[in-house]
Design a protein around this ligand. Structure first.
Ligand SMILES: *Cc1c(COP(=O)(O)O)cnc(C)c1O
Length: 299
């Protein structure tokens, strides 16, 4: 049993193809941290893991869909720390389990499939209690949503020196990471979130309660979801391949491809002031590309 997690070093990389509109753009490469617990997921999980260890919990229990990066990361992080992990998965097991769930199960995660209504109610199936008591479990919201997730994500901006940037861009699912970035940012910095869900009008209301400092401004973009969560179009794959060809930056089709696409669109339409210095958070998630047909991407 290990009790630690070895992470690779994150780094900052310039993005040359967006530099010509009087703006500089750099990428914080959190995707390189770990093959499974990549990007923002470790930051969101670390306070929960700490809490579980301090309270002598036996396992983390959390929720997600069949392609969830959060499920994959929770399975891997718990395995590294000798904690059990339980995933409550939305929907039927299906005949061929997703690549994400196969990997999670191999890491020792106990998977329970529940129908959509049960999932929505965040009910815990009684089979779980055949093996664990309430006191054994630390329950983590879907996507790591919550104050511990937000506080962990606030550390993202201290991984490297990020003080010179005027704008910080990140992809938003639950908004927990964005809330952490807002908390961790400095007063001269504007944090900008690109939502990957369609009509996620509740995003702002979801992330506000996580913030300690209520007055820091932030911006949300809602028009770059490509049809909705995990939806895509050929244009998105073309963009991903082009980005990889020009800068050797791999992106995932659910989050970071939409983020980079949004940024390019915003900058090329003059959406940021001249002289802006942008930091894009590459939040990882590359394991999710495993669900695409072979040959879709060049990386
Ligand atoms: C989960 C995830 C996000 C979204 O994070 P939230 O904190 O839920 O907003 C962004 N990017 C990637 C790659 C992710 O896996």
């Amino acid at each position: 049993m290990q009790d630690t997690l070895v992470l690779n070093q994150a780094f900052i990389q310039p993005l040359p193809f967006l530099q010509n509109f009087h703006t500089t753009v750099d990428v914080l490469r959190l995707d390189v941290l770990h093959p499974v617990i990549s990007g923002n997921k470790w930051f969101k999980l670390k306070r929960y893991i700490e809490e579980a260890r301090v309270q002598n919990k036996k396992a983390l229990l959390t929720f997600g869909g069949a392609f969830s990066n959060h499920i994959a990361a929770t399975a891997a992080a718990c395995a590294s720390y000798g904690l059990g992990s339980i995933g409550i998965i939305r929907g039927e097991p299906g005949t061929t389990p997703s690549h994400t769930l196969t990997a999670a199960a191999e890491l020792g995660m106990n998977l329970y499939f529940v129908d959509r209504a049960t999932y929505r109610a965040k009910q815990i199936p009684c089979e779980v209690y055949a093996r664990f008591s309430d006191a054994d479990l630390l329950i983590v919201n879907e996507g790591g949503y919550g104050k511990p997730g937000c506080r962990g994500a606030a550390d993202i901006l201290s991984v490297c020196d990020t003080s010179a940037y005027t704008h910080i861009f990140a992809a938003c699912g639950t908004g927990t990471t964005l809330a952490g970035l807002i908390e961790g940012s400095q007063h001269h910095q504007q944090v900008c979130g690109v939502s990957v869900l369609k009509n996620h009008d509740g995003l702002e209301n979801d992330l506000r309660p996580l913030l300690q400092e209520k007055t820091k401004p932030f911006a949300l973009y809602h028009d770059y979801h490509f049809g909705g969560y995990a939806k895509h179009k050929p244009e998105l794959f073309r963009f991903m391949n082009e980005l990889y060809r020009s800068c050797a930056i791999p992106t995932d089709f659910v989050y970071t491809a939409k983020l980079f696409f949004a940024l390019q669109d915003i900058i090329s339409h003059g959406g940021l002031p001249t002289g802006s210095k942008v930091l894009v958070i590459h939040s990882g998630g590359l394991q999710g590309n495993g669900s695409l047909p072979q040959g879709t991407l060049i990386f």
